[in-house]
Ligand binder design. Structure first.
Ligand code: GLU
Length: 423
């Protein structure tokens, strides 16, 4: 049997060709020369398997997508507090190249690391020993995440550097406030070089594998970022990752994301999937028009919206899931996720139901995820039913409930499947 994912991705690209709007970024002269018809999508699974379609080997400059990874790199190197001292985490609601300083806290600082003032500051914080080129440190780091040697696009780098008047003025303002502690020309030049690293959508999903997988590079098993670093980056991507269209994006697509002016977008759904798209024509906020279209479609088709994905405590057990295999034996078929909210709901239901002198069976074979709180609360419920004089058994083929004894020192009988139950 073949997995249907590659065909699904190819169909997505076919369907979105109709989205004709947008225009090429032109404030970096070289970017205006991009081929507007390039189109690519890639997806990584939690364990690092990559699917892709379209122009999936085509290389483009990473631009602002680099900001998310460099932010993580610097937090990991210097600690979250040190970075927060210089750059905040508030959405700016302004264009990415506004100076956007947060004047409300005691210290004036860039509002967040996804706008240029924040990203230039974060870039300046990359620790160097012997004054090694910071952009080169980042190129090597991105290459490690991508699993292959990445290169700078020197033409784009030069083109942006020669016209970086806006970023230079941001750099000088930051220097004036002592937020930048070194020469703004050098820092801005190096930041622009960071933005010129060439990637394909396949490289991007390989790179985000580490964010999907809680900080561990799926290909090698090496821990690159702590959980807290990953959480911090994904938070900022959620609130500030899509320029000032972050609210629309969150409502429509609902995946922590970052886009760049060359037409790439990455999306990271922690513990599930990583996505990357590329199509150069941009909307007025600077986000890829077709890219948004594809991401929105994937989010709908695969049910990826972050808030939709939160397990519903309603689903754990419905009345039709409570059946009787024998007149005095009641089966509770539990469904989906069993964490605190669902376990609380289950225990409330057990409390409300009239069990008479029934034996109770919990069928756990349809639970997709159970955490420690869920286990503890279910064991607690079993204890309480026992204390009320009920016999309790489990259908638990995957052994998701540890064989630990309940508090009453009672071990429920466990069956592989319901048909094995013999009273
Ligand atoms: N190098 C670009 C800049 O700093 C990146 C902008 C972007 O992708 O948003 O202006």
């Amino acid at each position: 049997m073949n997995t249907p994912v590659p065909e699904y991705l190819a169909d997505l690209l076919q369907n979105c060709k109709a989205a004709q709007g947008g225009k090429l970024a032109d404030y970096i002269p070289e970017l205006a020369a991009a081929d507007p018809n390039k189109l690519a999508v890639a997806l990584t699974t939690l364990d690092g398997l990559v699917y892709s379609a379209g122009d999936d080997d085509y290389e483009f400059t990473i631009q602002s997508i680099s900001k998310a990874f460099v932010y993580a790199y610097v937090i990991e190197a210097l600690g979250r507090e040190a970075v927060l001292e210089k750059v905040g985490v508030e959405p700016s609601g302004e264009a990415f190249n506004e100076i956007s300083l947060d004047q409300t806290s005691d210290q004036v600082k860039p509002k967040n690391p996804m706008i240029n003032s924040g990203a230039i500051t974060v870039h300046s914080m990359i620790p160097t020993t012997d004054n090694t080129d910071r952009a080169e440190i980042i190129r090597q780091f991105f290459s490690k995440l991508a699993g292959r040697e990445l290169a700078f696009d020197m033409a784009i780098y030069q083109s942006e550097k020669d016209t970086a008047f806006r970023n230079l003025s941001i750099g000088y303002s930051l220097r004036n406030l002592n937020i930048l502690e070194s020469d703004p020309i050098e820092v801005v030049g190096s930041y622009v070089k960071q933005c010129s690293i060439k990637v394909s959508v396949k490289d991007l999903v390989n790179m985000i594998g580490v964010l999907v997988n809680g900080g561990v590079l799926p290909q090698t098993g090496e821990r690159i970022f702590s959980h807290l670093t990953v959480r911090q980056v994904l938070t900022v991507m959620t609130t500030c990752g899509m320029y000032n269209a972050a609210g629309d994006w969150l409502a429509a697509v609902g995946i922590p994301a970052k886009s760049g002016v060359s037409g790439g977008i990455i999306g990271v759904l922690p513990g599930q999937v990583g996505l990357a798209v590329f199509a150069p024509k941009l909307d007025r906020y600077g986000n890829s028009v077709r890219g948004i279209d594809i991401m929105q479609q994937m989010s709908n088709d695969m049910g990826l919206h972050l808030l939709e994905g939160i397990p519903s405590s309603r689903a754990i057990v419905n009345d039709e899931d409570i059946t009787a295999v024998k007149p005095d034996v009641r089966v509770y078929k539990l469904n989906g996720v069993l964490q605190f909210a669902e376990a609380e709901r289950l225990l409330r239901k057990l409390q409300a139901d009239d069990h008479r002198d029934n034996t109770i069976i919990f069928d756990l074979s349809h639970i997709s995820l159970i955490n420690k709180v869920g286990q503890r609360m279910l064991l607690d419920g079993i204890d309480r039913l026992r204390a009320d004089g009920h016999d309790v058994a489990l259908v638990d083929p995957e052994h998701i409930l540890p064989r630990a004894k309940t508090k009453l020192n009672f071990e429920p009988k466990v069956y592989e499947n319901l048909a094995d139950f013999d009273n």
